[in-house]
Ligand binder design. Sequence first.
Ligand SMILES: Nc1ncnc2c1ncn2[C@@H]1O[C@H](COP(=O)(O)OP(=O)(O)OP(=O)(O)O)[C@@H](O)[C@H]1O
Length: 938
Amino acid sequence: MTFAGFDFGPDRIAIGLFTGLTYGLLAIGLVLVYRSSRFVNFAHGAIGVFGAAVLARLAGALGYWAALPIAIAAAAGLGALTEATVVRRLHRRPRVIGMIATLGLAQFILVLALVVDRSSFSGATFPKPPGLPSFHIGTTVIGPSLTAMLLLTPALLAALAWFLRRTRFGIGIRAAADHPDAATVNGVAAHRMAGLAWGIAGAVAAFSAILLTPTQGVQSIDSLGPELLLRGLAGAVIARMASLPIAFAASLGVGVLEQILLSGQTAGFVDVVLGAAILIALLRQRPSGRRDADPPPWRRPAGGPDPWARAGLGLLLAVGVLLAYVVSNATASVLTEVFGYALVGLSVILVTGVAGELSLGQFAFAGIAAAVSVRVASATGNMFLGVLAGCAAGALSAAVVGLPALRLRGVALGVTTLAFALATSGWLLRRPWLLGDGLATPYPVWDGYVVSVATDYYLFALMLLVIGWWVTSRLRAGGFGRLLLALRDNEEAGRALTVAAPLRKLQAYAVCGALAGLGGVVIGFGQSQLSVNNFPASASIDAVALAVVGGMARNSGALLGSAVIVGLPALVPLGIPGQAALTLGWLLVVLLLPDGLGGLLADQRRRLPDLRRGREGGGPGTPPSHPGPPPTATAPDPVPPSTATAPDPVAFPSATATAWGSGRLPAAPLVHDGTGVPLLQVVGLRRAFGGVRAVDEAGFAVAEGEIVGIIGPNGAGKTTLFEILAGFTAAQGGAVHYRGRPVTRWAPERRARHGLVRSFQDARLFPAMTVREAVMVAAEKRAPSRLVVDVLGATGPEEAKAARTDEALRVMGLDAHAQRSVGELSTGTRRIVELCCLLVLEPRLMLLDEPSSGLTQADGAALGDLLLRIRAELGTTVLVIEHDLPLLSRVADRLIAMDAGRVIAQGTPDEVRAHPAVVLSYLGTDEAAVARSGAPAG
Ligand SMILES: Nc1ncnc2c1ncn2[C@@H]1O[C@H](COP(=O)(O)OP(=O)(O)OP(=O)(O)O)[C@@H](O)[C@H]1O
């Protein structure tokens, strides 16, 4: 049965279902591990191969059916062991580190499997299940292994479902995966449950490896290469990395789709369609409302490069140049390749280390750039144009991929970029207008000089590496890098402070594409014949691995990682044992050195005398991520026990006049519109979550210069109302008018730029940034960072922001905290920092969400004074959610009371507090509560 050139016959569907079965089992393993550890396990396939090796070794002596459970148990044990020895150690580190560790581990486990039994890699000699029949579906022969799979998979799935739903351990696994802290409180040991989940995933991996190996020719040493990984991940992400039945069913669909497409097209085309299908499925998923637990932030090196680092770089460059005159052509070619990979590594450092986005497709941009640059250079005879065109192609393709990816995060983005990498190497690069079957590379010509010798070309590559390095350093050190850090730390807070997140992310993708493109150009011109094989999809994963091994915190990480992972095996023939030792070595680096090899070097450098301050630098134990308190920091103020909400690691800047600022506020006074139109008008606003009507036909107006309080019981919809007013949640009905203009469709950053700003209930801000950096993000409003300006190294806009920030910190009494990281401040201090940021935005309307929570009583009173001052001195209008009714009664002109999403009363504080509906829903009938609120009795 064919249609449009594709075969839809039962044979195809049957084969598709069988392959889908494999993908389904893989997807189940990936989901199980993801749910407990929140990353993709690259060692899944290798653990399966290990189980297969155990079976192959034991089947002869014990018989197949006796060896089967032992082999599966061995793989389960290895899975659990992996969790206990590797994964658990990396729990508090960024997720990508865990993923890369499993990548290294996979190589190691494969060698282990080879040692146990070599036949686990050969389909022809691998034992088949005895006693089971073969049969035909159409013309397709179903052998005993597939029969076993057909019979045993439903049993396995049923057992898994029963275990996860009905047993204490299964329920424990699900509880620990979804709410690890709550599970721990309830006596479920989260780490033991994670070990169990890994064990089950290992058993599933062994089950499929044992039954699939006989059906295949020779198992590749990459037992979970990017192609297979993508197919497993497709089902898993469609199931939101959560539901096992959906993951399995979607994988069956992937298998059938693949087989039908293969009947009329090439494998590369299948990757394109699969990639598109995955992207559409991901984009159609509505945000779940539940955010993944925030990944721990990347560590950041303290301060700028010191003179030692500069000297070291200078020396390295001099050695690099000298090498051109010493090494052979063969070595020069390897070093050129190392530079190319290092440039791609730099792009990974920017996109993952700085911007915090997981990209598993950076090498695709390198491939596209190489093809374009070689073509342009060949056509024009101009090398310079070729390089520029290559970088532009890299930037453009990264931006095109980035556009839909703006809505994706974490593993979803990783899967999309991996799909793009596969589609690029399997299909796009093979187009005749890119690489086709191969492209003869012209010798680069530089200013009339033909670069025909590898050592000369090496110097050219070194020059491009220096340019890429310089651009990366400029971007990291400037305002643009700070914006990326802010978005990585807390995208919503960044947008609330006017940072245009989509634009900034696209710019970041484009720059990273250009950098990877530069790497592609270096690799491309280094080959006499350029083909798809120079840019395999797996190289994209290698690029992430080398950045992790080298260390994401510094540029040097890319070069070090590339030297170890690309250079070493190419320069020294290692053989399988040597390769295993190298992999084990870098696995240990990933496990033991949080900042990779670059961090190790930096630690050694810190032992040298500090030339900046003329004293000994801190030892290797000095934490690089959070600089300690400056010498001027004041001692912590004691927090009265009655009001302490959490241990305050940092001084609250006390409720004295200096803390809340006695000087001029850090914003210019506003000129009121004076049109008589309300500053804010809310009409019939609606928003429901499932069956819950969070905001239900809410309507009110706020005049310019008013302070209006919003009260209501928990769950009344107050925060959702603010989310809608500030543009973070879309209304399902109704309208918001600000200064007479409908703003309902405006993005949050646009509203903030027009003076409609908000605070957040948790005042989390940017935990990995310093207080000064956080305020500098707010200062962007007046002097936005420009990418090109940053790359060129102009310091003017940065100086303007710094001056404004320092002034704001001083008048808010925060200068003693300037260099502290926001994450280590008490809630109260964070609230002052957040207020400082908001004032720097020169707000016309401030939406404050419970600003007094976490403050001491005295500081709450000081907050009240500050709000009155802000209104008096700046003319700012304030809409404030508060549970502290006495505070509101003192500062607010009017109160709005909400319940169940509706506005139930509004008027003066006295009127609202006495309103029967408010008394009933909020204050309760408890006379004492009413009395405490300050409401008139009766
Ligand atoms: N993203 C979401 N997904 C699902 N339900 C939500 C979401 N946000 C809010 N809700 C629900 O909407 C209702 C209103 O919540 P909201 O946080 O706006 O109330 P609130 O008045 O601010 O409460 P609180 O004083 O506790 O902050 C609640 O029932 C809440 O569970």
